[in-house]
Design a protein around this ligand. Structure first.
Ligand code: NAD
Length: 508
C-alpha cells in the first residue's frame, strides 16, 4: 500500500467512502472493478521556450554593484512583472533602451538590481486522468499548480464521476493539468504551455470524448486557448466549440457559468437553512479561497444579507467583524494589476489576522473554496460554525470529518455542494450543440432545481426518509438505515452509475 507521511494515498483514502457505499448498495462486483480504478491515466510532458528574465539580485551580492549606473528601459510594456519579483524582459525593451550591464547585472530605477537569466526550453509534467465514461464523455477541470500529482488527479477525476451522476448530467469524470507555479511565468509562456498541452492530448479530447473546464489557476482565457488549438484548421470549427466549457460568453460560453459553482454552493446553503429554520440574512460567514468559487459564493451570500467576516487565501487573511465589502475586495484581488498574486492580503478595508486565527473566527457558515485537506482534525476542533459548505474539492480530511460529526457541525459534501459548475458546464455544452444562447435567469432556474432536488435526495438517504414530493423522489435510493451525508451522496451517485452497467451489460 502506498503511504504518504505514514498515511494512505489521497486516492485510497477517498475510495474508502466509495467502498463503504458500494458495500451498502450491494454493488455488482464487476461494476466495482470497473469503477475502482480510472479508465486511463495519461501522463505526458510539455515543453516550452521560456523568455529571458530579470531576477532580483540578493542583498549580499548587490553590494558589489553599488556603483552600477541606472539603466533606462523606455518601452512601458518591455518589462512584465511576475509574482516572484522577477521580470520577463521582452526583447523590444532593447530597441530604445539605454542600458549599462555588468556581468549580466543591471540597475532599474525604482526597482533595484537584477541579473539577466537566459530563457530556454523547459519541460513540465502534464496529466489527464479519465476515470469513467459510462454515463457520457469524460468531464473535469484543468489545474495548473505546483503540488499536483497522479494520486491527486486520480482522486479528483473519480470525484467528477460521482459528481456528474449526482448532478444528473450525462458526463463521466476526468481531471488533469500541469505541474507548474503559473504565477512565475508570463502570459505568453502559459499560452504556449496550454497550446502544447492540447497539441499532445488532442486525440483524446473532444465534445463527445473528454471536455475540460477551468479549475485552480485556470480560467476562461485558458479555455479559449484550448478551444482554438483544438478547432484550428478544422473544416467545421464551430462543431468543436463544446470541447471545453467555462468559456467567455462572447465565444460560446454560458451566461451564469462564471458564478455557477458559487451559485450552486449558495443553493445548497439555502436548502440547508430552510430545513434548519436558519436565516441567511444577518448570518456570519468565513471563506477560504477568493478565486472563482470563493469570490462568487461570498458575493452571492453578501447579496442575501450575510456578513462575510473573514477571508483566507494562499498569501494572507483579512477580517472585519462588521463584514467585508465584498465588491471592494473583489476589485482589490481581481481588478488590480499591482496585485500579481491575486491575494486578499493587504486589503485596506480590513484587519490582517493569522491563518490559524481564521479558522477560529466566530461565524455560522464556513465555505472552504481553495485546495484539498484544509479542514484537518485540529482545524475541525477550532471551528466555531454551524455548517461547512464544501466549495473546494476534498477540503475535509477523514479525521476532520470525524471531529465535525462528533461536534455536530453539519457538512454539505463537495460532490453536491460544488456541482453547480459542472451542471452549468452541461448547459453550456448543450447550448453549443444546439447553437443556442440562454439567459442567466433560465440557467439559474434550471440550476436551482437540479441542485436542490439532488441535495434533498441525499439528505433523505442520510436520514432514511424515503419520500416523494413535487420536487424530488428519494424512495429508490433510501437504504433502510441512517448514513453520514458523505456516504449518502456516494450512494446516490453509485446507484445511478451502476444502472448503466446493469442495463447496458458488458461486451466481452
Ligand atoms: P482559483 O484558482 O480561482 O482560486 C483558488 C483560491 O484558493 C485562490 O484565492 C488562492 O489564493 C487560494 N489558495 C490556494 N492555495 C491556498 C492555500 N494553501 N491556502 C489558502 N488558500 C489557498 O480556483 P477555483 O476555480 O476557485 O477553485 C477552488 C476550489 O474549488 C478547488 O478545490 C476546485 O477544485 C474547486 N472547484 C472549482 C470549480 C470551478 O468551477 N472553478 C468547480 C468545482 C469545484
Amino acid at each position: 500500500m502506498r503511504v504518504r507521511n505514514g498515511r494512505k494515498s489521497f486516492y485510497e483514502e477517498a475510495m474508502e467512502t466509495f467502498h463503504r457505499a458500494a458495500d451498502l448498495i450491494g454493488m455488482n462486483p464487476r461494476v466495482r472493478l470497473e469503477l475502482e480504478e480510472p479508465d486511463f491515466e495519461h501522463i505526458f510532458y510539455v515543453t516550452v521556450e521560456t523568455r529571458d528574465r530579470l531576477v532580483p539580485v540578493d542583498a549580499d551580492d548587490g553590494a558589489r554593484y553599488r556603483d552600477l549606473p541606472p539603466s533606462d528601459v523606455k518601452a512601458a510594456d518591455a518589462l512584465e512583472p511576475l509574482a516572484n519579483g522577477s521580470f520577463i524582459l521582452h526583447r523590444r525593451a532593447l530597441l530604445e533602451a539605454d542600458i549599462t550591464m555588468r556581468k549580466g547585472v543591471i540597475r532599474i530605477p525604482g526597482k533595484g538590481l537584477f541579473r539577466l537569466e537566459k530563457g530556454g526550453p523547459r519541460k513540465f509534467k502534464a496529466y489527464r486522468i479519465q476515470h469513467n465514461q459510462v454515463r457520457g464523455p469524460y468531464k473535469g477541470g484543468i489545474r495548473y499548480h505546483k503540488d499536483v500529482s497522479l494520486d491527486l488527479f486520480k482522486t479528483l477525476a473519480a470525484d467528477m464521476t460521482w459528481k456528474t451522476a449526482i448532478a444528473e448530467v450525462p458526463f463521466g469524470g476526468a481531471k488533469g493539468g500541469i505541474k507548474i507555479d503559473p504565477f512565475n511565468y508570463s502570459r505568453e509562456e502559459i499560452e504556449h504551455l496550454t497550446l502544447r498541452y492540447v497539441y499532445k492530448f488532442r486525440k483524446f479530447m473532444g465534445p463527445f470524448l473528454d471536455i475540460p473546464a477551468p479549475d485552480v489557476n485556470t480560467n476562461g482565457e485558458i479555455m479559449a486557448i484550448m478551444m482554438r488549438q483544438f478547432t484550428d484548421g478544422e473544416r467545421e470549427p464551430h462543431a468543436g466549440r463544446g470541447v471545453v466549457t467555462g468559456k467567455d460568453v462572447r465565444i460560446g460560453g454560458s451566461e451564469g457559468r462564471l458564478r455557477a459553482t458559487g451559485q450552486g454552493v449558495v443553493y445548497c446553503i439555502e436548502d440547508w437553512a430552510r430545513e434548519k429554520d436558519f436565516q441567511i440574512a444577518g448570518s456570519r460567514v468565513i471563506v477560504q479561497g477568493f478565486g472563482n468559487v470563493g469570490s462568487s459564493t461570498a458575493e452571492i451570500l453578501a447579496g442575501l444579507g450575510a456578513r462575510i467576516v473573514a477571508v483566507n487565501d494562499a498569501h494572507g487573511t483579512v477580517h472585519s467583524d462588521a463584514g467585508l465589502d465584498v465588491a471592494a475586495l473583489y476589485d482589490w484581488v481581481h481588478r488590480n494589476p499591482q496585485n500579481l498574486r491575486r491575494t486578499v492580503a493587504g486589503f485596506p478595508g480590513a484587519a490582517a489576522i493569522s491563518r490559524d486565527d481564521f479558522w477560529a473566527v466566530d461565524a455560522d457558515i464556513c465555505v472552504p473554496a481553495a485546495l484539498g485537506e484544509e479542514i484537518t482534525g485540529a482545524v475541525a476542533e477550532r471551528l466555531r460554525v454551524k455548517v461547512i459548505a464544501e466549495g473546494a474539492n476534498g477540503p475535509t480530511t477523514r479525521e476532520g470529518d470525524r471531529v465535525l460529526a462528533a461536534r455536530r457541525i453539519d457538512v454539505i459534501p463537495d460532490i453536491i455542494c460544488n456541482a453547480g459548475g459542472v451542471t452549468v458546464s452541461y448547459y453550456e455544452w448543450l447550448q453549443n450543440q444546439r447553437m443556442e444562447h440562454w439567459t442567466e435567469g433560465e440557467v439559474n432556474q434550471r440550476l436551482e432545481r437540479a441542485i436542490k432536488k439532488n441535495y434533498s435526495i441525499i439528505r433523505d438517504i442520510a436520514r432514511n426518509r424515503p419520500q416523494r414530493t413535487a420536487h424530488h423522489d428519494s424512495r429508490p435510493y433510501c437504504l433502510g438505515r441512517e448514513l453520514d451525508v458523505r456516504t449518502a451522496a456516494l450512494v446516490l451517485a453509485l446507484r445511478r452509475i451502476e444502472a448503466h452497467y446493469l442495463l447496458e451489460g458488458f461486451s466481452q
